[in-house]
Design a protein around this ligand. Sequence first.
Ligand SMILES: [Mn+2]
Length: 338
Amino acid sequence: MRIAQCLKYLTSSSARNASTISSSLQEMQNRVVEASLTLIRERARLKGECVGAAGGAKASSCLLGVPLGHNSSFLQGPAFAPPRIREAIWCGSTNSTTEAGKELADPRVLTDVGDVPIQEMRDCGIRDELLMTTISDSVKLVMNESPLRPLILGGDHSITYPVVRAVTEQLGGPVDILHFDAHPDIYHAFEGNIYSHASSFARIMEAGHARRLLQVGVRSINKEGRDQIRKFGVELFEMRKFRKDREFLENLELGVGVKGVYVSIDCDCLDPAFAPGVSHIEPGGLSFRDVMNILQNLKGDIVAGDVVEFNPQRDTVDGMTAMVAAKLVRELAAKISK
Ligand SMILES: [Mn+2]
């Protein structure tokens, strides 16, 4: 990491001692975080005003990009996803209306507060604990501007933990989570990393952020995964039984009696035939329409959501998976806004 090299250089070449440099470095890191949050706070205020000026809404989805890829156990390409997804949302090859007729250019349906500057913060030597706190704080800044509801562009799946933590802290209680994924992401830790993208739902469940967790599309799970699922009472809907579960999943009602519903979509829930641009290619998955049928028929108040694990470095040359991720975002935005 560049900052570590910089620190090493300073301590070896200057008269100042290492602890002085280290404590002033920490102070400066905190100011970088503050500055990053200020930009998101002001953008959220402005977008909240725009929604009001357009006539107001009960709920309005607001994009927040989290370009973080280093908690992936394999490839780190999801760090480059948010700008590619935005580009595809507004791509001229399609119009800006959702399937059920909502207009995405209307700020009452969709706004955007930009990205949490993850790479810039890492370049300043900021570590995961503070990064995760900054992600949570950014989500809360969006939620402070009613009626904005955060719709997160990942990033690897590790970001779902700080996002869900922020949502439930802000709302004052747990939510129900509908999670589409080839994997349960519920290892206690993966290769020693408690913030791994393979562990986000272990953090969420042990902290009590979810009353119900429904995992749909799972087809890569080992013994530890099954043990953890039993331990946390997760409702597992495996691909090999999807034909039997389909009717149930296409008639879900969630979030009643808790603070609402959180929807997390890992792009690898889809069969690689539909979404090749992911880090973990796992055959035998859902079709795009399978996901749409479950999402569009879902009854419940969706308070926030994310679309994660799109890896532009694995996509086709014409950006097919970017369009798929963008359409997931568009249809989720349509579900959130009202
Ligand atoms: Mn996955």
